[in-house]
Write a protein of this length. Structure first.
Length: 270
């Protein structure tokens, strides 16, 4: 592995990781505003503002990647190096203060933001599910109510738990390896297999898997997202589709945000 490819790999990984987590936070804030301020949301979430937010997310991600190029403890030195272990060459970036700051700003702070936003979304969704159930009559009253509450609860919890499971172990391992490197060095020397399993699973696989998992979660729990996703694919491959029209769907969502309890229950997290 060359030094150039090492730079590209670590920079691309940082940009993708920061962008992925930040998008999750913005989605949570977006749903928080849509549910708690339904009359204000259509004026706030315009197409232009959405594009500006997306651009800011990528600029923010690129900034964090650029800050990795030099060692924060010694700015005159580069932090990215190609190292060798047992005839295997791998990329390494020993930048303790940088990664500590990165994890604090990109994971810890977003984690608390998501806890607050998704807790409110969950509370409002369950409250609205009960309000809708109270209007229903007949023998299916109890069953429908339980289904709505379960759907509202499970959707929000699955998204949040997936984020925590995929990212928390990685952050703990990274911080530990930076501040207590002797422990990981000892583990690598005594049990190479266990070390590789921990590194590959929690550092290489789970974080990017979270980005792959979210669309599947949305598709399973939300019919609107499934239809919109199919419409996007059909548009990309230039094929006729019987699925939803994206412009009409967006207009429908704006109308729903103003006062539809049903939409808030079925669509609590996107």
């Amino acid at each position: 592995m060359s030094e150039g490819s090492c730079y590209f790999l670590l920079l691309a990984d940082t940009v993708a990781s920061v962008a992925s987590v930040t998008h999750l936070v913005i989605i949570g804030v977006d749903r928080f505003v849509a549910i708690t301020r339904p009359y204000y949301y259509p004026q706030l979430a315009t197409k232009r503002r959405t594009l500006v937010v997306i651009a800011c997310i990528w600029i923010y991600s690129l900034l964090w990647a650029a800050l990795m190029l030099f060692k924060w403890e010694e700015p005159s030195q580069t932090s990215i190096k190609v190292r060798s272990f047992n005839d295997t060459r791998f990329c390494s970036s020993v930048n303790t203060f940088y990664y500590t700051s990165l994890i604090s700003a990109v994971f810890i702070v977003p984690l608390f933001i998501m806890i607050i936003t998704y807790s409110v979304i969950l509370r409002v969704a369950i409250k609205q599910a009960k309000a809708i159930a109270a209007l229903e009559i007949g023998q299916k009253h109890g069953q429908r109510r339980k289904r709505r509450e379960l759907k509202a609860t499970s959707t929000v919890m699955v998204v949040f738990l997936a984020f925590v499971i995929c990212w928390l172990p990685n952050c703990i391992i990274t911080i530990t390896s930076l501040w207590y490197p002797q422990q990981f060095r000892k583990l690598r020397e005594t049990s190479q297999t266990l070390f590789e399993f921990i590194y590959i699973t929690f550092a290489q696989l789970l974080p990017p898997f979270n980005s792959c998992l979210n669309p599947l979660i949305y598709a399973v729990f939300n019919r609107f997202f499934r239809e919109a996703f199919k419409a996007v694919l059909a548009k990309i491959f230039n094929k006729p589709t019987k699925f939803v029209d994206l412009d009409k769907s967006a207009a429908y969502w704006e109308r729903s945000a103003r006062g539809s309890l049903e939409m808030s229950v079925n669509f609590p997290n996107l």
